[in-house]
Design a protein around this ligand. Structure first.
Ligand SMILES: Nc1ncnc2c1ncn2[C@@H]1O[C@H](COP(=O)(O)OP(=O)(O)OP(=O)(O)O)[C@@H](O)[C@H]1O
Length: 573
């Protein structure tokens, strides 16, 4: 994707862009007329001083005043219109990039530093913003005015115009050489800023742990290192600017003085048409302005190109193909089958080596196994967060690789080991800010998850703010909220990954009872080491050496962690 692709975002705003183009043209015409009118005015003032008649000068002065007013109004209109278009394009582009990031495979996101992505989506993006809003209006006007000024200069005095056209670009070429050096530095600065962003984000996230382990100082050392790197780069850029800018100004100043003296000699006040001298000088000024604006624009473009390259890197990564799969019109019963599934995380050995099992619709199965055996991995594969290297995973006989990802995931109520909650109210977290849930639905799900009572005790009940990532809640409250959220969506498959580890025995017993009575009537996969949860199982599957085997059925199961075949499950009731 390049700048051309950005143009596709401009398409819906063709009308406004045409207006910007028209206003730019009009501004350029007004800008071009001003040196001519001013030159005439100065020439007439000079003539009037000699002849004692100022009537011509008065009309030129009025014309100049009118021209300045018209130019100011058109510049305002042009800047506001282009800013309105630019900010919209920027917002649409930003939104689309975030949408793309959301759809990237977990295998890619796992390896990508979050801070990098954040910096790319925020601070680096501001470069595009500046390009689109500030330069969208100014550059075409300056370019058109510059071309017009060059033509006007040639009409006044060809030899002088030729000299100006040689001298001025030389100054700007010098500026561009420096610009190249500065751009290299600017790109390094952007990368360093992204590192500072990433370090700040990670340190803030780890702050509670850093406090608990009294390791704030070592976190600070790491942070200071990245800001020191950024400081040095910024200082280098300042030094380049500090030394070279005055040098260029000196060269440009001397060149302009030479041009001015020469112009004065050929077109100056003592000559037949003194207005030509003033007009010439003012058109040179306009040309300098046009070159300056265009070269700043080019500088911005090449800086933005650096960000675009990094953006391209992210955009080039293909989204999970399942998002584009068609929606199926069947309802899901919840029969799950893994056949000969092989899987390993990128760059790692296989966790699953030919895993094979079936879970019937409506069945409750506990997944057991040593730590790191691959229990959570099986759940992640079922949610299609990762793709198996080999084998098939089917739901109701349909390969999940062929299913629409969002449709698939909506069928599954997933409660992870560490529930993710967002800053907002209890209700926001239950509904994930989606509409269509009645109060009765919400309360029923919360009652099943043993969450309703504690929610009602919160200061504002379901409208209580729970803070960043649910900091205002206890571990068990967060888990209960996460289970309620999963149940509210009425999934066909409920996946509980150590989801009740913080529950009190009473709450867990109440949850188990609700499940046992069939109030939670869906296929359920439970990863848990807790006996109460084991009591729910119709079957226990265990994972060992990447393979899955059944170790017991209801009433005849043994403790999956124990070597002996002790029967531990006495079915209540
Ligand atoms: N995102 C990941 N990237 C790389 N490796 C991973 C990732 N997630 C898990 N692993 C590795 O895969 C293996 C299986 O992990 P998994 O979390 O599935 O085990 P588990 O049986 O759920 O363990 P536990 O009982 O400790 O929760 C482990 O060796 C783990 O280190």
């Amino acid at each position: 994707m390049g700048f051309k692709a950005l143009l596709t975002y401009a398409r819906p705003y063709r009308g406004s862009l045409l207006l910007v183009a028209f206003l730019s043209l009009a501004c350029a015409a007004a800008l071009l007329s001003l040196p001519w009118i001013t030159g005439q005015l100065l020439g007439e003032l000079l003539g009037a001083a000699q002849a004692g008649d100022g009537s011509n000068a008065l009309s030129s002065a009025l014309l100049l005043t009118g021209g300045l007013c018209v130019l100011a109004i058109m510049q305002m209109a042009c800047a506001i219109t282009s800013a309105a278009v630019g900010t919209r394009i920027e917002a649409a582009f930003k939104g689309d990039i975030f949408a793309h990031v959301q759809r990237l495979p977990m295998a890619y996101l796992d390896r990508k530093q979050q801070g990098d992505l954040l910096a790319l989506l925020t601070s680096e993006f501001s470069l595009f913003g500046i390009l689109l809003t500030r330069f969208l209006a100014a550059t075409p006007t300056a370019l058109l005015a510059g071309i017009g000024a060059a033509v006007a200069l040639f009409q006044i005095d060809q030899a002088m115009a030729l000299l100006a056209m040689v001298l001025l670009p030389m100054c700007f070429m010098l500026q561009r050489l420096i610009g190249r050096e500065l751009r290299g530095l600017s790109i390094k600065i952007q990368i360093a800023e992204a590192e500072v962003f990433a370090a700040a984000e990670s340190n803030l996230e780890m702050l509670p742990a850093a406090k608990a382990f009294a390791s704030e100082d070592s976190a600070l050392v790491g942070y200071r290192q990245v800001i020191e790197k950024l400081r040095r780069l910024k200082l280098r850029r300042r030094k380049v600017i500090a030394v070279l800018t005055p040098a260029i100004m000196l060269i440009a100043g001397l060149g302009s003085l030479f041009l001015l003296l020469l112009a004065h000699q050929r077109l100056g006040i003592g000559q037949a048409n003194p207005a030509a001298f003033f007009t010439f000088v003012l058109y040179v000024g306009l040309l300098v302005y046009a070159m300056h604006t265009s070269s700043r624009f080019m500088g911005r473009v090449s800086m933005a190109r650096g960000s675009l390259e990094r953006l391209n890197h992210v955009l080039a990564k293909a989204a999970e193909p399942g998002y584009a799969m068609p929606l199926l019109e069947t309802s899901c019963a919840g029969w799950i089958s893994f056949s000969n599934v092989w899987f390993g995380y990128p760059g790692q050995q296989e966790v699953l080596r030919g895993a094979q099992f079936d879970i019937e619709a409506g069945e409750t199965v506990v997944l057991a196994g040593e730590n790191g055996a691959g229990k959570s991995t099986i759940l992640a594969l079922l949610l299609a967060l990762y793709q198996p290297r080999n084998g098939r995973i089917k739901i109701d006989g349909c390969d999940i690789a062929q299913m629409n990802l969002q449709q698939l995931r909506r069928q599954i109520g997933y409660v992870p080991q560490h529930p993710l909650l967002q800053d907002g109210t209890v209700l926001d977290n239950l509904t994930m800010r989606q509409s269509g849930f009645s109060q009765a639905d919400v309360q029923r799900a919360c009652k099943l998850a043993q969450a309703h009572d504690f929610i009602m005790q919160l200061p504002n009940g379901y409208r209580t703010q729970i803070g960043n990532r649910g900091v205002a809640l206890s571990g068990s409250q967060r888990q209960r909220l996460a289970i309620a959220r999963a149940l509210l969506a009425e999934p066909s498959i409920l996946v509980l990954d150590e989801a009740t580890s913080h529950f009190t025995p009473e709450d867990e017993a109440a949850f188990v009872e609700a499940h046992r009575l069939g109030q939670i009537g869906c296929t359920t996969i439970i990863v848990s080491h807790r006996r109460a949860m084991l009591a729910l199982a119709d079957r226990v599957l265990t994972i060992k050496d990447g393979k899955v085997s059944e170790i017991g059925r209801r009433g005849t199961m043994r403790d999956p962690k124990a070597a002996s075949a002790t029967i531990i499950i006495d079915q209540p009731g």
